[in-house]
Design a protein around this ligand. Structure first.
Ligand SMILES: *Cc1c(COP(=O)(O)O)cnc(C)c1O
Length: 394
């Protein structure tokens, strides 16, 4: 065991099963370990480093802000925060933004916004929020309640009241719940990320959105993982021709700095008044400068390149030996492998390619600006490993 590993085990709370690898530096889609071994990273810190490691443009934006002003709290105005909010609204049609520090916090804000909006509109007993089975919305007590996976709940009860989970792609189940309870909102991930990279059925999403509008129920889209260009559009919901009332995002937004954002659309934009919500770090100028440099670059041309890379991944992997299925949207890709995903992941790591898993699948969230050469090199390694491990499991 390395010294780092020993110290980690001694001093860090035991919540993470880390891989036996310490990364020390990176550049673009490539990372290097303590021995200088090179890896192509198809995981980006779980969909965070949108432009890879230490991207020049991003570093410049962050460093310029770092040497000007690192934090002020929300007692004062700062430029990066206002500029970012304006850009996000212009690019999405949202009216207002609340900044926080993580995905869970962005969802907490979305839930508070929905509850307050409906308390004022339909009464305080209208608080139920429907989410999907197999969803993931975060680790706080309330976002755990929203998360439709019992494995995360046990030993932490009681969780926040007022959440009901229904099966995905089943509109009747939503209607049934609406007939039984006073429902304030429904929250969905367009592609369930932690749940195994499962895109929702487009017809279901459209019908659901129309039904909720007709019932006066808010639609919240959790774009923490699907947002910020990951799926080949700026936000995942944009594939479905729907307009949500609230979206939450985080992960890839800051390009590697902790920032969450909750975007409020239409009537919901004016739900909060002074004192309703807050965050000491929220809208931090350094994080906002980083996020601004990410969002500024996600124009139509760049996003169409993301879609081209996505098509290349699907073509390259579909039907390959040891690969049973490939699902996902844009550069958010889930692969069902013949051998256990964890085994494939470890063999890829040995051969210099970093991947993720999601449930029983292998998951890829490569940098959005990965080159075709790097992508091709990594996929060849992945295919070799899938073919070799299939034979071992034949
Ligand atoms: C990762 C994730 C979260 C939680 O984000 P944190 O920044 O870890 O709090 C919430 N929702 C979805 C869809 C996610 O993928």
């Amino acid at each position: 065991m390395s010294e780092l590993q020993k110290l980690d085990q001694e001093y860090i709370a035991n919540t993470y099963a880390r891989f036996p690898l310490a990364l020390v530096k990176g550049m673009g889609a490539e990372a290097f370990d303590e021995e200088g071994k090179r890896y192509i990273d198809l995981g980006t810190g779980i969909g965070v480093t949108s432009f890879g490691y230490c991207d020049e443009q991003w570093v410049t934006a962050v460093a310029n802000q770092l040497t000007a002003l690192q934090h002020t709290s929300n007692l004062y105005y700062t430029e990066p925060c206002v500029k970012l909010a304006k850009l996000l609204c212009e690019k999405t049609g949202a009216g207002k933004v609340f900044f926080s520090n993580s995905g869970a916090e962005a969802n907490e804000c979305a839930i508070k916004a929905a509850r307050k909006y409906m308390a004022e509109k339909k009464g305080e007993d209208c608080y139920t929020i429907i989410t999907l089975e197999n969803s993931f919305h975060g680790r706080t007590i309330t976002t755990l309640a929203a998360t439709g996976q019992e494995v995360f709940h046990k030993t932490f009860k009681p969780l926040t009241d007022g959440f009901v989970h229904v099966p995905a792609n089943d509109l009747e189940a939503v209607k049934q719940t609406v007939s039984e309870k006073k429902v304030a909102a429904m929250m969905i991930e367009c592609v369930q990320g932690e749940g195994g990279v499962l895109p929702l059925d487009p017809d279901y999403v459209k019908a659901l959105s129309a039904y909720l509008k007709e019932q006066g129920i808010l639609l919240i889209v959790d774009e923490v993982q699907t947002g910020n260009g990951r799926t080949g559009k700026l936000y995942g919901y944009m594939h479905y021709g729907i307009t949500p009332d609230i979206i939450s995002t985080a992960k890839g937004l800051g390009g590697g700095l902790p920032i969450g954002a909750t975007l409020l659309y239409g009537d919901v934009q004016n739900v909060f008044t002074y004192g309703d919500h807050g965050s000491t770090y929220g809208g931090n100028p350094i994080c906002c400068a980083g996020a601004l440099s990410v969002i500024e670059r996600l124009d139509d041309r760049f996003l169409s390149e993301v879609q081209e890379k996505s098509a290349f991944v699907f073509e390259s992997l579909q039907g390959a030996k040891g690969i049973l299925s490939v699902k996902g949207l844009g550069l958010m890709i889930g692969i069902e492998t013949k051998a256990p995903a964890k085994e494939v992941l470890l063999k890829c790591m040995e051969k210099g390619v970093l991947c993720l898993t999601a449930k029983t699948k292998l998951r890829l969230l490569p940098p959005l600006n990965i080159t075709m050469e790097q992508l091709n090199e990594a996929l060849e390694v992945l295919k070799t490993v899938c073919a070799e491990t299939e034979e071992e499991h034949a």
